[in-house]
Design a protein around this ligand. Structure first.
Ligand code: ADP
Ligand code: MG
Length: 256
């Protein structure tokens, strides 16, 4: 049984003035533990797709299945991380890490122990009682990720989590975060507009077409002799081959 399955999913937005067809006939199957990236032209419906998988929105047509069941509300088994870290400035880092656990009514003592352990493991233990204001952009995103991990989701949805960061930070952080997520054995869906990040981090890259968007290509990303770290990936010959193929797929939209 696939962990996530979208069957003939379409999504139209209705406003007083117009109807926008964002997604059309999406079929997608994701297995437990897969790390997939989604790329596609701006405005094609990538965030919409994540919202459907998170259960905050329902498809206009078709069905989303999670763990073999039709999804009709948000699931506690899914964590969602956005581009903006949404940290509360008046709360310490540790208190920020407990927000999700509070909302879900989880045992806060246990959640705090997990939060501290994750902070320590990922080199941020000394910042537990700092204010988010004292952290760099990259550190804030790391806190946002840890906050998502504290609720122990099996599926992580990441919507352009690095796009507000400078290039150097993005490289370092994408490396670290993919290491963390592989170590935690989560199923990950990463939306990014950065082809190189998509290839470097994921085992599978899904290319979406322009609106009304559908799955255009689905690449399995493999490397000779096993998967290197994201940083090393970028020096491999396979990386260049994937890059130019995906680039061409996306280019067609620009000239279409
Ligand atoms: P992406 O994340 O790929 O940039 P989105 O999923 O955010 O794209 O949006 C897909 C399309 O749906 C866009 O044309 C966007 O303007 C439209 N859209 C997104 N959210 C809404 C909404 N709440 N109401 C109406 N249209 C929307
Ligand atoms: Mg988006």
């Amino acid at each position: 049984m696939a962990q996530i399955e979208l069957r003939d999913v379409s999504l139209r937005y209705f406003t007083i003035k117009e109807e926008t067809e964002a997604l059309r006939d999406i079929n997608l199957t994701i297995e437990e533990g897969e790390f997939i990236s989604i790329v596609g032209p701006s405005g094609c419906g990538k965030s919409t797709l994540l919202s459907l998988i998170s259960g905050v929105m329902q498809p206009t047509e078709g069905e989303v299945h999670l763990f073999g069941e039709t999804l009709n509300k948000t699931s506690d088994r899914t964590g969602y991380m956005l581009q903006n870290d949404h940290l509360f400035e008046w709360r310490s880092v540790l208190k920020n890490l407990l927000v999700g656990a509070e909302i879900r009514g989880m045992d806060l003592k246990e959640a705090e122990a997990r939060a501290l352990e994750l902070l320590n493991r990922y080199g941020m233990g000394e910042f537990a009682h700092h204010s988010p204001k004292q952290l760099s952009g990259g550190m804030r995103q790391r806190v946002a990720l840890i906050r998502t991990l504290v609720i122990q989701p099996e599926i992580l949805l990441l919507d352009e989590p690095f796009s507000a960061l400078d290039y150097q930070t993005r490289l370092t952080l994408s490396d670290e975060i993919s290491t963390i997520l592989r170590e935690q054995k989560k199923t990950v869906i990463l939306v990014t507009h950065d082809i190189s990040e998509a290839i470097a981090m994921a085992d599978r890259v899904i290319v979406m077409s322009k609106r009304p968007s559908t799955v255009k290509k689905d690449y399995n990303i493999t490397f000779n002799g096993g998967r290197p770290s994201p940083f090393e990936t970028r020096q491999r010959p396979e990386y260049n081959a994937y890059f130019s193929e995906i680039w061409k797929e996306l280019e067609e939209h620009v000239h279409a």
